[in-house]
Unconditional design. Structure first.
Length: 359
């Protein structure tokens, strides 16, 4: 029997509430698997780790991640970390880079029971995760942003053929697996960024030749930003460089009920990390009202990814069961959090999903 080791990194603020709920849902869905299939390992990270170990990302955590198959990471509230302390770094860009989690997969799906702009939207945006304009991870050493003079700031954008191809391949595989429209759209602005966006589209087109069953199209980022609002039904899987994708995924989340409804998976060839699109929401932390949907579905995506990678039907069916159970809970509206129009607390919504799984 193939066994798996999965990490639990709770993160900060609402992460401390939604990650335990997501893990409980995953464990409930996995109850039907043979005993010992999954070992869970809790690892320190973020503000609580700083308080206990003096570091937001201890060496022990980094070293242990290499031994795992995947992990679930809660949102990080790095804006509240002590300033100018090298031991109080924002951990998640480092994890994304060091474990080569190149593709950030972010689905946006309208669900029955959720007040959303469109009723039949179902797209996945795959965003490059480790280069682009993001200065905290796009350089081997140093940062991609600097000021040669006090009155001039430069931001360097990095686009490589390797990462663009990896993102494209993730997108084409997803389009094939989803079996819907079978369309991949590459987002660019190659009218202006002739080299950077030109290389990205070129790499996507190269990969598209390996997938003759999938239609390949391109869209200019500003036009796409409008089209996704007017007719998102035209799109299936969308692939993008880092910053365009960061903005477009929040826009897509807004079309299907907000950030609490936006799950995500950061994946490379070797590891995957469940990480919701939203931040640590310090404004609602500790109130028990955070919507756990995005975190639960991020965990669901991790199980689906592992199941596909290892052709493990136990994990694939656990993932499918979680998706069905949470969609039913959301549609019924009896046990949903206030942002979805309900009165349930975070934990109660998770328990409702667990009950559905056990029915
Ligand atoms: P970051 O820059 O770290 O991604 P952000 O600036 O996008 O963070 P969030 O922390 O995601 O900000 O919060 C944005 C808004 O969305 C806040 O009002 C927050 O309360 C709300 N929000 C975020 N996540 C959830 C959730 N899971 N449930 C309910 N509301 C949420």
């Amino acid at each position: 029997m193939k066994t798996y080791q999965l990490g639990i990194l709770e993160g900060d603020d609402i992460g401390l509430e939604i990650v335990p709920v997501a893990v409980k849902v995953m464990q409930t869905a996995l109850q039907r698997c043979p005993e010992g299939k999954i070992t869970w390992i809790k690892l320190p990270i973020g503000a609580s780790s700083y308080a206990e170990h003096g570091e937001t990302l201890p060496r022990k955590t980094l070293d242990t991640l290499y031994t795992l198959d995947g992990w679930i990471l809660g949102p990080i509230g790095h804006m509240a970390y002590p300033k100018n302390d090298p031991k109080a770094i924002n951990p998640h860009p480092i994890i994304r880079r060091d474990y080569d989690l190149v593709s950030n997969i972010r689905p946006s799906k309208s669900l029955p029971g959720i007040d959303s702009v469109h009723k039949n939207m179902d797209i996945v945006i795959v965003r490059e995760n480790n280069e682009g304009f993001q200065p905290d991870r796009n350089m081997h050493k140093g940062t991609g942003e600097f000021m040669p003079t006090p009155d001039m700031a430069l931001s360097v954008r990095v686009v490589t053929r390797r990462n663009s191809q990896m993102v494209a391949r993730t997108g084409f595989e997803l389009a094939r697996m989803r079996g819907g429209m079978k369309r991949v759209t590459a987002i660019h602005k190659n009218t202006v960024f002739k080299l950077g966006c030109g290389l990205f589209v070129d790499a996507c087109r190269e990969v598209s030749r390996e997938y003759p069953d999938i239609e390949f199209t391109t869209a200019v980022v500003d036009t796409f930003a409008m089209q996704i609002i007017m007719r998102p039904q035209h799109f299936d899987v969308v692939v993008s460089t880092n910053m365009f994708g960061d903005i477009l995924t929040d826009e897509a989340a807004g079309l299907v009920g907000g950030l609490g409804m936006a799950p995500g998976l950061c994946a490379g060839d070797r590891y995957a990390m469940a990480q919701a699109t939203h931040g640590s929401a310090p404004d609602i932390a500790g109130k028990g009202i955070a919507n756990p949907y995005a975190m639960i579905m991020s965990g669901q995506m991790l199980l689906a990814w592992l199941g596909m990678k290892h052709k493990d039907t136990d994990l694939v069916s656990a993932a499918a069961a979680i998706a069905n159970a949470i969609e039913a809970v959301v549609a019924e509206k009896r046990h949903v959090t206030p942002d979805l129009g309900g009165t349930a607390e975070t934990e109660a919504m998770g328990e409702a999903v667990c009950r559905k799984l056990l029915q």
